[in-house]
Write a protein that binds this ligand. Structure first.
Ligand code: MRU
Length: 296
């Protein structure tokens, strides 16, 4: 958890491979680094995506060349992540602009987000927060409801980021979203994703699914910012996504209290209004994703 957030986990792991090869560029060292780093977090598919890309470049390379090539590939990945998030932000900004105009354009747009999907979770910009930053910089009044995101409180990272940019925001406990939506205080939800299946099912921080259910009941659009590095083309069914079970000590209860601590949940595609990717906005479905990513 020193490094967290799906895109950042992937890029940091790529640099991790580069460090391992600087110490020892042998096949055995490469294999061990891939296995060790690959076992750190199970849900964010960006980790597998990054390690497979590193393995593809490094396995055929001569050991003497590996450290340099690994660093170059990790650096390329970092630069690409910035570009992907910037482009995702452009597409998402148009959605926010449309929602603001549809709401009359005479008051701030209220966006609810969960967890932290900003620049602390990526190399720069963020995923779900990139459209917010762009809209804010373009002069659109926007206010963000920030879910606290128990038990690790990643919402406080989001609040800190938004404060750095001067974006108005309010932290709420995780269970407040339903009340806010019923009161008409949320115009749209915008969250990140750790793994989106090719059918548009979305694994994200625990509690995301409940927000999507509340959003559907209140006719609040529910958008997911999904860079291509977070799309798992090998899976259609969200139930097959491995859900990280974290130490119950994070919950802060007496050890005698029976408790579990699953860190992610899966939101079905039917509850997702649209996916926002670096190539545009699409329906949360296999057809929608394949239209934007035909090469997959
Ligand atoms: O456990 P974390 O903090 O790594 O979980 C992060 C999230 O759930 C984010 O919403 C997700 O990675 C998208 S970040 C761009």
């Amino acid at each position: 958890m020193r490094v967290r957030g799906a895109p950042l986990i992937g890029v940091a792991a790529a640099y991790g491979v580069s460090l391992a090869l600087r110490a020892d560029p042998s096949d055995a060292s490469l294999g061990a680094a891939l296995v060790t780093l690959g076992a750190t977090r199970p849900t964010a598919v960006n980790l597998r995506w990054a390690l497979e890309r590193m393995a593809g470049v490094l396995r055929p390379a001569a050991p003497a060349d590996r450290a340099g090539r690994a660093y170059a590939e990790a650096a390329a990945m970092a630069e690409e992540d910035v570009d992907v998030c910037r482009r995702l932000g452009e597409h998402g900004e148009r959605l926010l602009q449309g929602a603001w105009e549809a709401a009359g354009g005479d008051r701030p747009l209220n966006v609810l987000t969960h967890c932290n999907a900003g620049w602390l979770a990526t190399v720069d910009w963020g995923t779900a927060l990139a459209p917010v930053y762009r809209a804010h910089e373009a002069g659109m009044p926007v206010h963000v409801w920030v879910d606290e995101t128990r038990p690790r409180n990643q919402g406080l990272l989001t609040a800190w980021e938004l404060a750095q940019h001067g974006v108005p925001h309010t932290v709420v406990v995780d269970n407040a979203g339903g009340l806010l939506m019923r009161r008409g205080q949320v115009d749209l939800c915008l969250v990140g994703t750790d793994r989106t299946t090719r059918a548009g099912e979305v694994a994200n921080k625990i509690g995301t699914y409940l927000k999507a259910l509340a959003a559907r009941d209140n006719r609040v659009p529910f958008y997911v910012a999904a860079p291509s590095s977070s799309i798992d083309w090998t899976l259609a069914d969200g139930a097959a996504i491995p859900i990280e079970e974290r130490d119950r000590a994070e919950l802060g209860y007496d050890p005698a209290v029976p408790a579990i601590n699953p860190a992610f949940d899966v939101t079905p595609a039917s509850l997702v209004t649209a996916l926002v990717t670096e190539r545009g906005v699409c329906e949360a479905s296999e057809a929608g994703l394949r239209r934007l990513f035909p090469e997959e």
